[in-house]
Design a protein around this ligand. Structure first.
Ligand SMILES: Nc1ncnc2c1ncn2[C@@H]1O[C@H](COP(=O)(O)OP(=O)(O)OP(=O)(O)O)[C@@H](O)[C@H]1O
Length: 293
């Protein structure tokens, strides 16, 4: 089971928003990390065959996906960021309808749908009209429809948006439990969404693959470069460009800053363990908010 992206490129008005993306995916969870506008959604839409790339190919077990589109869509589940639900359908009617569209029998839809409503904490709302759903409820219905056909390739575009911490955890655990025999690509810009569940991390920036691999391996990049130290308010607002702020907290009158820096930023700096958020900020330094706690 293998999904291969070869030099996938997408240009809009001659601007490459996905640029020579090459990677091979195997069963497991891939945390797809990148800032807003990095190209995650565009690449997912290309993998879902909704967009045809300007250049490059995607192969599912060696076959070009557009040549086997019908077969390919049968193994694909896609949760887009925005999803046009039918407001006058109940949650269940919507899933029942999509089950038919996906070619499932009534029995299959009922069995899988029921289980997924439970997993997504939506059982109590199954018979309510979608127009009465909150944003988070619609998101959970959106995830249910992606999982309905028991897909071998599952594309989740910021699935945790609108979910509370308990629902996030439940979703994480569920994805971990089904990941051994399917490829799950989960896009997010929130590193904690994929920490501890992703088998591999993929970083995208400006449409380009920055790096990919196991979290521990990628963290080697910032090994020995994460520091914490006391800092004044003025210093905090005027950090040198080679010192990247990850966060800070106030401890009484003292402010303690956490940074990524090649060299120790202060004689009082203590080395800290590298974490995924630090690596994300290392690749996206312009995102650092100096006013953030
Ligand atoms: N149809 C389009 N026409 C022109 N530009 C587009 C189109 N779709 C996307 N873009 C641009 O491509 C870039 C990548 O967008 P994309 O939505 O793929 O990023 P993203 O990583 O998913 O971001 P987000 O986390 O905000 O969803 C952005 O600059 C966006 O404005």
């Amino acid at each position: 089971m293998e999904l291969t992206l070869e030099n996938v490129t997408m240009q809009f008005k001659k601007k490459s928003v996905v640029d020579g993306f090459t990677i091979t995916l195997h069963p497991g969870i891939y945390g797809f990390l990148g800032a807003n506008g990095a190209g995650k959604t565009t690449l997912m839409r290309i993998i879902a065959t909704l967009l045809k790339p300007t250049a490059g190919t995607i192969l599912w077990d060696g076959k070009e996906i557009h040549k086997i589109r019908e077969e390919y869509l049968g193994v694909l589940g896609y949760q887009p960021q925005l999803f046009g639900h039918y407001p006058n359908f109940t949650g269940w009617e919507f899933i029942d309808y999509l089950g038919a569209v996906k070619g499932l029998s009534k029995k299959e839809t009922e069995e899988r749908g029921k289980k997924l409503f439970e997993v997504m904490d939506l059982t109590e709302a199954w018979n309510k009209k979608i127009r009465t759903y909150s944003g988070g409820m619609k998101q959970r219905l959106n995830i249910i429809q992606a999982l309905l056909n028991d897909p071998k390739i599952l594309l989740l575009d910021e699935p945790t948006a609108g979910l509370d911490p308990k629902q996030r955890l439940k979703l994480k655990n569920y994805l971990a439990s089904i990941s051994s025999n399917r490829i799950i690509l989960l896009s997010t810009h929130i590193t904690s969404d994929v920490e501890s569940i992703a088998d591999q991390i993929i970083f995208i920036k400006d449409g380009k693959l920055i790096c990919s691999g196991k979290e521990e391996k990628l963290l080697m990049e910032i090994q020995g470069k994460v520091w914490e130290y006391p800092i004044t308010e003025k210093e905090l607002l005027n950090l040198p460009s080679n010192v990247q702020l990850i966060g800070y907290h106030r401890d009484g009158v003292e402010i303690r800053a956490k940074v990524v820096s090649e060299q120790s930023p202060s004689k009082d700096a203590l080395p800290k363990a590298p974490v995924l958020e630090a690596l994300y900020l290392f690749y996206n330094p312009e995102e650092i908010d100096h006013g953030r706690k």
